[in-house]
Design a protein around this ligand. Sequence first.
Ligand code: FAD
Ligand code: A2P
Length: 275
Amino acid sequence: MNELNTVNDAAAKPVRTLPDAQTVTEVTHWTDRLFSFRVSRPQSLRFRSGEFVMIGLLDERGKPLLRAYSIASPSWDEELEFYSIKVPDGPLTSKLQHIQPGNEIILRPKPVGTLVLDALLPGKRLWFLATGTGIAPFASLMRDPETYEKYEQVIMMHTCRTVAELEYGRQLVESLRDDPLIGEFVGDKLKYYPTTTREESARMGRITDNLTSGKVFADLGIAPMDKDHDRAMVCGSLAFNHDVKAVLEGFGLREGANSEPQEYVVEKAFVGDGI
Ligand code: FAD
Ligand code: A2P
């Protein structure tokens, strides 16, 4: 049995009998390592933009194989969108990467997470700092009117190794200004600062370096970060999160949580690359 058959079997047969099955409506492959997909949304699912849920497929023995996934769509969207890595030998994504419209996935409707607007004290500028698939929660927050109601300026810094890996975020940001639903909220409040680190492009460098050197402030013609006005949300690998936290603390920002809002919040984009 090849991989595709395994997935189709898993998606088509037993999942349908589970109460948490949702139907795939759209799949887009961005690179050989990245894809996004949309699924039907359970009617009862309410979530705050930036939260994550557990999604997955049935394994060969008919048991749910679930992983945490940030919801990339905004809370007002009638479907749910996800942005995913393809790990070649990953238990879930080696199979999930083959889903097609009409297939079903499991989605546990219990959203949680720290990358929510409520976990930050009021401020003027909001920074989204992401590497790789860490842009997913911000794909949701960038499309939420509340983000622009609460902040005068929103800055999306996204860094990947190559230009192709930025494409999902680039197309999303480009679509916002003319979006009939969210466009008027976004206006000119959103600044996008994509960089690459291992391929030549218009803007380069790690987020940590571009913040500490002041390059991003100079390039965007804005004031440096300060704890009275700036708020930040961070989502990347453990090493990235660790290093960005030190940079933000250097600007005087403190880490917050749902239970105790402060100036910045952090979420892992994935686990498994210890520091
Ligand atoms: P796993 O056994 O889970 O992972 C194998 C290895 O692949 C890991 O050890 C790690 O080195 C690497 N890896 C896993 N995920 C990623 C990734 N996203 N980027 C780069 N390397 C990775 N993944 C997404 O693709 N999109 C999301 O929106 C997303 N949101 C998450 C939110 C949270 C809070 C957490 C904790 C994880 C999130 N993940 C996300 C990671 C996801 O849960 C799985 O790890 C991923 O789908 C791979 O599953 P797997 O079973 O194929 O491999
Ligand atoms: P670099 O190419 O300099 O390592 P990865 O694909 O390894 O998850 O990395 C995604 C992006 O995040 C890359 O551009 C990488 O830059 C950057 N990155 C990785 N680790 C860190 C870190 N500790 N601090 C800042 N940026 C990082």
